[in-house]
Design a protein around this ligand. Sequence first.
Ligand SMILES: *Cc1c(COP(=O)(O)O)cnc(C)c1O
Length: 493
Amino acid sequence: MATNMRAHEAGTLHADGYGITPNWLPEPEDLSELMPQLWARNTSRDASGALTVAGVSVTDIAREFGTAAYVLDEDDFRSRARDFRDDFAAGFASLGGADVYYAGKAFLCTAVARWIKEEGLHLDTCSGGEMAVAQRVAFPPERIALHGNNKSRAELRQAIEWGVGRIIVDSFAEIDRVAEIAADLGVVARVMVRVTVGVEAHTHEFIATAHEDQKFGFSLANGFARQAVDRVVAKGESLHLLGLHSHIGSQIFDTSGFEIAARRLIELHTEIADEHGIHMAEMDLGGGYGIAYTSEHDPLTPRQLGEQMGSLVERELKVFQEEHPQAPTPRISIEPGRAIAGPSAFTLYEIGTIKDVEVTADLTRTYVSVDGGMSDNVRTALYGADYSCALASRTSQAEQRLVRVVGRHCESGDIVVMDEYLPEDITAGDLIAVPGTGAYCRSLSNQYNHTPRPPVIAVRDGVARVIVRRETIEDLLALDVDDSPPIPSQEVR
Ligand SMILES: *Cc1c(COP(=O)(O)O)cnc(C)c1O
């Protein structure tokens, strides 16, 4: 996964002496207002001022399921999945359509795998565990892709026996491994070659000549990608070369990086047609479409992405099609993860301790602690990701104050929201919600400090239900193996 690193640029000491306002963070006019691009579609405030999702109030969710909790707007998730499916079909209509693979690593559980199956999308997996989730819901294997730079033999065998639609090969050794296992099972495995195209994109800019010092893929620049293709072709008895694959990064806000990636893939696609006479049926441009975590992010919609990606691929394919009028047009696929799962959920926390810390004589910072943190959202600690948050259990007319929201863990880097305005009268027991936590939060979660992981609560049509239950202390202790006899309870002090 690529990073969402944004250098924390300089800010201004806030007029009231509380905090340093980053230059990108505008002072809100009305703290109770929800910025639509940050929140799932069916989020609003009810008459009492409490945040509601699909008709269910967060105060009811907290009472019934406890906090911290991930709250997922099912209809929002499903409609984003459908939007990608339909808008890319429309954007690529002149090329015969496009396939959308939901990148399961963003967030996967059996309910979500079933939603993806029901909405007719394909599914990216990158481990035996993710495949097992898909198998649990009888996901059609021909709509599954398997990724990874170090898939085990067992995982490759699991994929080939199950009959997955594509395995994206990532090393020379793996090409041999896949061929061996396929031969052993008496089948032909469909593979794509992961190409490192030398484009690196994150957030606001991309680099077209990125160094290729990374673990994924075969470099285009040094000829390894060509050699990988040759190797797959040479193993034609057990491997079928489906096409080329690239994934240029994550949290990308414009399509110019994809244009260069597509151009470079199509050049290689053309070379292979010319030299081997092989017309590969597919081409995958990966994922990475950005979402809004704060007011400074302005992502493209699936419709805009479908239109722009469709026309740029059409443009780049033109020469190939003119030179190879008999050749089929490769079918394009894309792999959004964050852009489907991210905006559909927020994390609901309860405020505990509030502490003012004198940083300097002029500067005081208010630390607001919540009942979660880097165990349920490690992205801030891991790579300085920015989030926003809002008071969720009520609204307030109090003055606003710049605060830092932190977790409950034993690390000073355990920050949930670096800088945010909240009403001055927030107090222990208030609920706050952090939007945009549907992707790479639960999936990257951990049990640091022996903290049971929060549940995922799906809300739809006025009904909230658990789709991943809260972890318990018993769950945590279930893995411990201690061969000394248990201590009788009267001796435990
Ligand atoms: C992570 C990943 C994706 C999804 O990336 P998002 O930024 O979540 O859209 C897609 N394809 C591959 C190969 C990936 O590694």
